[in-house]
Design a protein around this ligand. Structure first.
Ligand code: ADP
Ligand code: ASP
Ligand code: MG
Length: 798
């Protein structure tokens, strides 16, 4: 026999009830059915009760709401109303009215009111099944499910239940072909007063019945595909778990996963009755099976849960040091005030004890604590009992954590990267869960981040999320966005790094947050926000990468801030790196990771190589380079006799130059790159220390043509007599120079192809034959790919 429990959403409308009938009709095995009230009805009942207690006539609205929902379901299913349901509706109204008169709502009365939802729906469902050809009869569980008298949260008394259930479900009295439809959630004291098993308690009813009737399995039908890796309402990529152990499922529900009532598993655990969670919207899906032991699998962590609406209560004071019995007295106060303590932590200095309790229980608890410690408070041994609201507990659950080191480290480093502050930690001695306290407003982000990075959203290992905030959508910026959009699936698969955009800023508008993704896909880059963006949330996160692909000199401060607080940065913008040396130092020796490979030689591995050489103990003696694609191109043609104007025009046509080609021809770009290279190899230099004269003086092509072209031609032609002319950057000892030089046939420069950069690196180890890096190093796509490579490097390292 199977116990099948259907939750509120599975009986929430006429259509859902028809669906329930189809599910029952399909399964031929003997069944006992347990049902919850229609979704939302228990909430309405409790609300109506509370309103009538304070004499608020709005309770009548809630009542009408409850009544209409049931009437409309009946009319849809039967085209008429059921008398027994109408009788209950009348009874409910009378109770509410008398509560209004008495002005008192005892827990006992509230349980009676709350019981109506289940009692009405079993009548409707049973009647509907009978009319559809499935023989059934309803049973109000208060006729057999005897409980303690803790109204609102009663516990079953099995001996009594067994006696009565064996009578009711006796095969002679209750023929096998008739399916019982039992109210979930409710029970009764021995003397016949209705109790409830706590909110969501129908799951518990089902397993209590499973136990006393020795069912083969208990099936909990709900509105999701099973127990999931996290609450699907906040984590879109939560996935159902095929198997999970009793202990894991119990921890999950205890720590807040609404899918099961926290006590659901206790009745069936020792009897080894499997519990299956299935989806009425997807009945053929196997769902989750909860059994005693599950095969060990790779996923040590099974699921994440959270409990919101909590308060942190702390008892503080030096007087607690070494005084025995303080903790015991704290617990006594909890017991006295009927406060449920969800978590406790004591600092090693014993100067404070922190307790996490439900928000609605906090004030009463504090009152009791203050009474208990009145004397100590007076003597100032205890300085205060404090409360902080807006607290939540997040739990990471999985039986495999027992004896597996490193899980806690992984959890906390993930949270650290996302800038989430952990207020307190507790690892249950069972080692089946790690729980920690955070601010309630950080729950969503924490759960989402952990879900991905602990590998719950996938079958294999975890994925790291890198969040990008990008400055600039010029040529390089646009290329970078396109590149990331087209490559990120592959990157996620191969590198297990997920790149998401969390902000794009341009000079006059910006977008920040999850919405950014939508905007970058639309590609017109018209952003809704103006003014000064607030980046404070982003600079704290260790998985944020600020990407500067502008040409502006106003981004430096934000990069410095981000790097100082722990975020990371990648820049292709040289201007950040050529301000004074102090600024360079702040950028490169901060907390966060900072890469700028593309500022010299675009995507050629120049900076990386220098750093690698130095890391292994080599010393850089000399760098001779031509770090400019546009000048390499222009001079290639000059060296072969082309006229300067033709060479410039050709370079412009092919997109090799800046919009104003004089910006290239002056040589200032090479000057900046030289300074960056020099600083990287440890020289404390400023731009003004470099021996440099602009190659040309004109500020525009027109001016150049008018006033300078002749002398320039003459100068170059004169130099060409000795070989090929190229602009060169030389860094050697304290001498740093940028100038035009002549190279003879046997020089590396002589054989440069048009547009090629070259870097000759001489070190102690590479004294005679330098390390040579040569190749095309320009263009938005090449630069963007270099920027992406820096981003991925950070992704691998964080
Ligand atoms: P029912 O009315 O069927 O008892 P509930 O609303 O009580 O359904 O429980 C099911 C809901 O629990 C799901 O819709 C889901 O939003 C929520 N939930 C929270 N955590 C989890 C989890 N880890 N796995 C599955 N569902 C979860
Ligand atoms: N109807 C009850 C509630 O809403 C019991 C249940 O849904 O399991 O709490
Ligand atoms: Mg439920």
């Amino acid at each position: 026999m199977i116990i099948m429990k259907f939750g509120g959403t599975s009986v929430g409308s006429a259509a859902r009830i028809r669906n329930l009938k189809n599910i029952l009709a399909k399964n031929r095995e003997e069944k006992v059915v347990v049902v919850s009230a229609m979704s939302g009805v228990t909430d309405l009942l409790i609300k109506a009760g509370k309103l009538s207690q304070v004499g608020d006539k709005k309770y009548l609205n809630e009542y009408v709401n409850i009544r209409d929902r049931h009437i409309s379901v009946m009319e849809e299913l039967f085209k008429e109303r059921l008398e027994n349901v109408e009788t209950l509706l009348e009874e409910l109204l009378n109770i509410l009215k008398s509560i209004e008169v008495l002005g008192e709502l005892t827990p006992r009365a509230l349980d009676t009111i709350a019981s109506f939802g289940e009692r009405m729906i079993v009548r409707i469902i049973s009647e509907y099944l009978n009319r559809s050809g499935i023989k059934s009869a309803y049973i109000d569980a208060n006729s057999f499910l005897i409980t303690t008298d803790e109204f609102g949260n009663a516990s079953p008394i099995y001996a009594e239940i067994e006696k009565r259930a064996n009578n009711i479900f006796n095969k002679d009295l209750f023929p096998k072909e008739t399916t019982p439809i039992v109210t979930g959630f409710i029970g009764s004291t021995k003397d016949g007063r209705i109790t409830t098993l706590g909110r969501g308690g129908s799951d518990f009813t089902a397993t209590i019945l499973g136990r006393v009737l020795a069912a083969r399995e208990v099936w909990i039908w709900t509105d999701v595909d099973g127990v999931m890796t996290a609450d699907p309402r906040i984590t879109e990529d939560a996935k159902p778990l095929p198997y999970i152990s009793y202990i894991e499922a119990a921890e999950l529900s205890y720590y807040g996963a609404k899918v099961l009532h926290p006590k659901t598993l206790s009745p069936v655990m020792e009897k080894n009755i499997p519990v299956r969670i299935k989806n009425t919207f997807n009945p053929d899906f196997p769902g989750t099976v909860i059994v005693k032991r599950v095969r060990k699998d790779k996923n040590i962590i099974k699921s994440l849960t959270y409990i919101k609406n909590l308060s942190l209560v702390s008892v503080n004071g030096r007087g607690m040091l070494g005084v025995p019995g303080i903790a015991a007295r704290v617990f006594k106060s909890a017991w006295k005030s009927k406060t449920n303590i969800l978590m406790i932590s004591q600092s090693s200095s014993e100067q404070n004890i922190c307790l996490v309790v439900k928000k609605e229980e906090a004030d009463n608890f504090i009152k009791c604590l203050k009474e208990e410690f009145e004397r100590e408070i007076e003597k100032k041994e205890i300085e205060g009992v404090l409360k902080e609201d807006g607290i939540a507990i997040i739990s990471v659950i999985g039986a495999g954590m027992k004896g597996t080191p490193g899980i806690a480290g992984k959890v906390f480093s993930t949270l650290g990267r996302h800038g989430i502050n952990i207020i307190a930690i507790a690892q249950g001695s069972s080692e089946y869960n790690i729980s920690f306290v955070v601010k309630e407003r950080e729950v969503k982000e924490a759960v989402k981040a952990l879900h991905i990075e602990l590998g719950l959203s996938l079958d294999k290992e975890g994925i790291k999320v890198v969040e990008i905030v990008q400055f600039g959508v010029g040529k390089v910026g646009k290329s970078l966005i396109e590149l990331i959009l087209s490559e990120r699936k592959r990157i996620e698969k191969e590198e297990r790094i997920r790149i998401v955009y969390r902000g794009v800023l341009r000079s006059n508008s910006y977008i920040l947050g999850e919405e950014t993704e939508k905007y970058i896909k639309e590609k017109d880059f018209q952003f809704p926000n103006k003014g000064k963006p607030n980046l404070s949330d982003f600079v704290k996160k260790r998985n944020t990468v600020f990407v500067d692909v502008t040409n502006s000199d106003e981004t430096t401060d934000i990069l410095i801030d981000a790097l100082r607080y722990g975020a990371n940065a990648v820049t292709s913008n040289k201007k950040n790196l050529v301000k004074n040396f102090k600024t360079f130092k702040s950028l490169t020796s901060s907390h966060g990771k900072f890469y700028f490979e593309t500022t010299v030689g675009a995507s050629l591995p120049v900076i990386k190589t220098l750093l690698n050489l130095m890391e292994t103990g080599d010393k850089i003696k000399k760098i001779v380079s031509l770090p400019s694609g546009s000048l390499s191109f222009i001079f290639y043609h000059l060296n072969r006799g082309k006229d300067i104007t033709d060479a410039i025009e050709l370079a412009m046509k092919l997109g090799y130059t800046e919009p104003n080609p004089m910006d290239d021809l002056k040589g200032t770009d090479i000057l900046r790159k030289t300074l960056i290279l020099a600083r990287i190899i440890g020289k404390k230099l400023e731009l003004s220390h470099i021996d440099f004269e602009e190659f040309v003086e004109s500020n525009s092509l027109e001016e150049f043509r008018k006033t300078e072209i002749r002398s320039f031609r003459d100068r170059i032609n004169k130099m060409r007599e000795g070989g090929f002319v190229y602009p060169v950057s030389r860094i050697e000892g304290r001498k740093v120079k940028v100038s035009l030089e002549v190279f003879s046939k046997n020089s590396e420069f002589y054989n440069l192809k048009p547009g090629e950069n070259i870097f000759l690196i001489y070190t102690v180890r590479y004294k005679k034959n330098p390390v040579i890096i040569k190749g095309i190093g320009a263009g938005p796509l090449i630069t963007a790919s270099g920027v992406l490579s820096d981003i991925l490097r950070i992704g691998r390292e964080i």
